[in-house]
Design a protein around this ligand. Structure first.
Ligand SMILES: Nc1nc2c(c(=O)[nH]1)N[C@H]1C(S)=C(S)[C@@H](COP(=O)(O)O)O[C@H]1N2
Ligand SMILES: [Mo]
Length: 529
């Protein structure tokens, strides 16, 4: 074993850079070995996913808002890039520290390992054994770090090699620069192979996607209301009234999409109830299901943003599920929790009235896509997703707002989240150049549970003109609109505002998404040529 005295002096040039390389190679081993071994565990909270998820859970509201505003639905990719850069830098530092003072390097790696393990075991629905991939990964990384660093200590032919090192270790071969890079290269290649193998293996082991594909949805006991022929805006280029599943916005805290076997799925309804209930997926398939078009909206949607979608959902009415459990007097909230620990607080009465709140299993005629909550999610008309639309839902606790706080409420967002009235201008696009003459303006407006009764458009601060409303399917779906405009050359500003079914005009007051949704009238600048 090398003793500290055998290490080169601090000033050895080149050694430091190579030590950083050794650190990076060791970090690659930690992550890839954990990935490979993680393939054998069902939860698969491997280091990157667990660290990222923990980071997301500690994200303050303004940062979440910033991430969504900046990266939109690519916020997860941005997080992974940020994590990769951080890990790369830390690995360089750890490599250098280990090279200079091995014991300190070991302490650093062990500390990193402890952070990884802590973030893994604190995830929801994780068992202690799920720490094993990270533990083995960290141990493997430490071994590789030792092998590479000791090569640096034994650099006989390198100019900065202290004379006594080789003499003190006559039984061990000296190393060359080339052999160091060969070892580092082999480590990198082996890591890449292990990580890829782990990915492929876990993809092969997961049959959830296949089971979803072959799921036959039952016919609803009550079909969706017929959609009027004229729901689509007359203005070309406006979003389709019905959002295809692949285009439906996705917002959640899940870095890796939870994979739940429908046969294993169970929903526990408990808390302030007379009868605790457990529902299986088969119970849902056997229940009288309803089908309904409902538009979902995210509270993080900025004015004019596209974090909203409209789909046909199939599911068991939540009022029926709650009836089985019989909530007791005093309860005023249902805390729904997903398999990955996200939770939402929904007023109990909203889940018991006739607005078609449901435990959804189908979306636009298909089983729920994995990213949208397979096998079961909540869909609640009229409320932003963060207080209602729990995906991968496994637990409903009947409780009181005074006693429990949901995931985003704990992080500074509101306790309640009724959707605010909003008119969105979709064509012409912001900063578009359009030819003079007849220009079709159009977009989508929503005020779920109240409905839209008027949309008005204003050009350059002039009079407000009523737009043509497309047909209304229901008050829980969005409503499209259009207006023909005789455009004259020059820059123009187009503003829109909606009035809801109660005759209430959309507020002009600008508000940020935090804490309970953005508001204000959208204004779009276009250039007419
Ligand atoms: N399990 C889980 N469910 C969740 C969330 C989440 O982070 N985790 N996000 C909610 C939010 S904020 C919204 S807007 C909707 C979005 O649903 P979608 O991704 O199907 O469009 O899901 C809700 N359900
Ligand atoms: Mo959301």
């Amino acid at each position: 074993m090398n003793k500290p005295s055998m290490k080169p002096s601090k000033r050895s040039g080149g050694g430091t850079a190579l030590a950083a390389v050794a650190g990076v190679a060791a970090a690659a081993v930690v992550l890839s070995v954990a990935e490979l071994i993680g393939a054998f565990f069902t939860n698969r909270a491997t280091p990157l996913v667990a660290l990222g998820s923990t980071f997301i859970d500690f994200t303050p509201p303004w940062m979440k808002d910033f991430a969504i505003a900046t990266f939109g639905t690519n916020d997860k990719a941005a997080l992974f890039v940020g994590m990769a850069v951080t890990i790369l830098l830390l690995a360089c530092v750890l490599g250098i520290v280990a090279y200079r003072k091995w014991a300190l390097g070991v302490a650093g790696v062990v500390l990193m390992g402890a952070v990884i393990v802590a973030s893994v075991v604190t995830r929801a629905s994780v068992k202690p054994v799920d720490a094993i991939p990270s533990l083995i990964g960290t141990a493997a990384g430490l071994v590789v770090l030792r092998l590479l660093i000791s090569r640096l200590w034994r650099r006989r032919e390198w100019p900065d090699q202290p004379a006594d090192v080789a003499a003190k270790e006559p039984d061990r071969p000296a190393t060359t620069r080339r052999s160091f890079f060969a070892a580092a290269g082999i480590t990198a290649a082996a890591s890449a192979a292990a990580a890829t193998g782990g990915r492929l293996l876990s993809a092969a082991r997961s049959n959830v996607a296949a089971a979803r594909e072959s799921l036959q949805l039952p016919a609803p006991a009550r079909s969706a209301r017929a959609v009027p022929a004229g729901v689509q805006s007359k203005a070309p280029g406006v979003t389709p009234w019905l959002t295809p599943n692949e285009d439906f916005y996705r917002i959640d805290t899940a870095l890796s999409v939870p994979e739940i076997n429908a046969q294993d799925w169970e929903l526990r309804i408990h808390g302030l109830v007379e009868q605790e209930v457990r529902l299986t997926f088969q119970d849902l398939l056997d229940a009288p299901l309803i089908e309904s078009h409902v538009s979902l909206t995210c509270v993080s949607n900025p004015v004019g943003g596209n974090l909203a979608g409209n789909a046909r959902w199939l599911g068991m009415p939540l009022r029926d599920a709650l009836k089985l459990a019989r909530p007791t007097a005093g309860a005023d909230m249902v805390l729904s929790t997903s398999v990955d620990g996200f939770s939402a607080s929904t007023p109990l009465e909203v889940l018991q009235d006739d607005r078609d709140a449901m435990l959804a299993i189908g979306m636009n005629g298909e089983a729920l896509p994995l990213e949208h909550g397979y096998p079961v999610r909540m869909v609640v008309p009229g409320l932003y997703g963060f207080v209602s639309a729990t995906k991968w839902v496994v637990d409903l606790e009947v409780t009181r707002f005074a006693d429990s706080k949901a995931y985003w409420t704990q992080r500074g967002w509101s306790e309640h989240g009724p959707i605010k009235t909003m008119a969105r201008v979709e064509v012409p696009k912001s900063f578009a150049k359009v030819p003079a003459g007849k220009v079709a303006i159009g977009g989508t407006a929503w005020a779920q549970t109240r409905g839209i009764t008027k949309v008005e458009v204003q050009i350059d601060g002039g009079p407000w003109t009523e737009a043509v409303l497309s047909d209304e399917a229901s008050v829980i779906t969005w409503r499209q609109w259009s207006l023909d405009w005789d455009a004259t050359p020059g820059p123009h500003y187009i503003k829109a505002r909606a009035t809801d079914g109660r005759g209430e005009l959309q507020t002009e007051k600008r508000a940020d998404p935090v804490p309970d949704g953005a508001s204000g009238w959208q204004s779009v600048m276009v250039t007419v040529e």
